[in-house]
Design a protein around this ligand. Structure first.
Ligand SMILES: [Zn+2]
Length: 483
């Protein structure tokens, strides 16, 4: 009896273990392109649909070809270093995809189908397929930004949306780039084939506006170009207002006679290229990181500090870096670093400011200043001799709380202050939230200059506030604990 019982438990345990193993085994992540940490790159993820286990190596080849096609298409070609790319391989039972119009149905992992809304080339997945996709993404690469599902079917087709879908048709590589115009850059279709029920909402590259001054891409149109623009070879290479866009032959307009959002085999137009570039910067800020991390820097007048930034690097060398100290542009400094020598700036409060801009000619409209980024440091310079020299023999003529020294510090620092009269004095440390951390002094004191040690070995790194109070007199300084 007991033997049978154990066997049963054993069998149940094994079947659960097997199930877990199989669910973890579903979906294998492989990195195709590594340009930096995922948090600081736009992460493209390819998903395999309609590939049997034996066909999965072909999926990696297809994903790599898709990736190269997208990244080699201008304007992406100038911004390749902004991207990372991954492939999630997951096997389907059958190869290919559904074609309901021909009664072809295949058992595939994401349950994709052609013939959506009776449009032969429109490939979509249902909500179950979409759930499968997002579960894999969450488990394997939650930092995903762009998702492309490659359907292992040679028939022409695809769709945009949160998950862009493409097939392995010979035109597929270009279709992916077109679909990412929708799902990544938010562009509209510039062709006029009817799409019943599609919302008549303007995209960056489609408009109903015909008043020249109100056209959103007017900065790309020269004054001599007629509005609307005749669809003739004479205007084949300029930006204007060409009728036919957003699934309408009349009343809707596009920026250029030809564009990849209209037809394959041609480049993106100026307006679509501009939208791609501003879209990169919706994901990534031009300044990737900077040092020191703290916006508050404390120096004695014998010290110096090197400020540095790391910025994104488009291939066109279009990034411009500017450094300002106390609002004045400083020339002759290395682009990514700037040395602050305290004695050159003098005792007191100063600011250092770094501005990074992508000055690419591909962008003329950037109302949200996405292509510009900045970092500001507040620099307090104090007199080292004041801090280090004892003046106990002198009665000061005013209250004064000096900048602590050293600062930043770890774990101990010295705080000095002057008292011109006898009074009840408190010296208290608070955190940045205003919570009291430690009372260093709370007593009657005679006039003079005093120093107080503070050991912060038990506290975590960050900025702390030290406040001196005596009667109605109050002064604070910032203490930077580095851990
Ligand atoms: Zn376009």
């Amino acid at each position: 009896m007991s033997t049978i019982h154990y066997k049963l438990v054993f069998a149940v345990f094994f079947s659960i273990a097997w199930l877990f193993q199989s669910s973890f085994a579903q979906g294998t992540l492989q990195q195709l392109l590594n340009n930096g940490p995922n948090a600081k790159r736009i992460n493209i993820v390819f998903l395999s649909e309609g590939y049997t286990a034996k066909q999965l190596p072909q999926f990696i080849t297809d994903a790599t070809n898709n990736l190269n096609s997208f990244l080699n298409t201008p304007p992406n070609s100038g911004y390749k270093s902004f991207f990372n790319a991954f492939a999630i391989s997951v096997a389907s039972t059958d190869s290919g995809s559904d074609h309901p119009s021909r009664s072809i149905f295949r058992n595939t992992y994401f349950n994709s189908t052609y013939d959506t809304y009776n449009i032969a080339r429109l490939i979509t997945i249902n909500s179950a397929g979409s759930n499968n996709a997002y579960t894999l993404l969450q488990n394997l690469i939650p930092e995903y930004d762009i998702v492309i599902m490659i359907v292992n079917d040679t028939e022409y087709g695809g769709s945009g949306g949160g998950i862009a879908i493409t097939s392995v048709n010979s035109s597929a590589l270009e279709i992916v780039t077109h679909e990412l115009g929708h799902s990544f850059a938010g562009l509209g279709d510039e062709y006029s084939d009817a799409y019943p029920g599609y919302p008549d909402i303007e995209e960056p590259n489609t408009t109903k506006e015909t008043v020249p001054d109100k056209i959103k891409w007017k900065s790309w149109i020269v004054k001599t170009t007629p509005i609307p623009t005749p669809k003739t070879a004479q205007y084949g290479s300029v930006v204007g207002l060409f009728e036919g866009a957003h699934y309408h032959t009349t009343g809707w307009y596009r920026p250029k006679l030809s564009c990849k959002m209209l037809s394959l085999g041609v480049p993106f137009c100026e307006v679509c290229s501009e939208t791609f570039v501003t879209s990169y910067y919706k994901f990534l800020r031009p300044i990737e990181s900077f040092s020191p991390i703290s916006p508050e820097i404390f120096l004695s007048d014998t010290q110096s500090v090197i400020l540095s930034i790391i910025h994104l690097n488009p291939t066109g060398k279009s990034i411009e870096v500017e450094w300002f100290v106390d609002g004045i542009r400083r020339n002759g400094e290395n682009e990514s670093t700037f040395k602050i020598v305290a004695k050159d700036f003098g005792i007191g409060q100063h600011t250092a400011y770094c501005i990074v801009r992508d000055t690419t000619l591909l962008v003329r409209n950037d109302p949200s200043t996405l292509l510009r980024d900045s970092v500001l440091w507040n620099i307090s310079v104090s007199n080292a001799s004041d801090v280090l020299t004892d003046h106990l023999d002198k009665i000061p003529n005013h209250f004064f709380l000096e900048q602590n020294f050293p600062n930043p510090f770890n774990p101990a620092t010295t705080i000095a202050f002057n008292l011109p009269i006898s009074s009840f004095v408190t010296l208290t440390v608070y955190d940045m939230m205003g919570r009291e951390i430690e009372i260093l002094i709370a007593q009657e004191m005679s006039p003079g200059r005093f120093t107080q040690q503070w050991n912060a070995s038990k506290l975590s790194g960050g900025i702390y506030i030290c406040e001196l109070r005596s009667g109605s007199y109050k002064q604070t300084i910032k203490l930077a604990l580095i851990k």
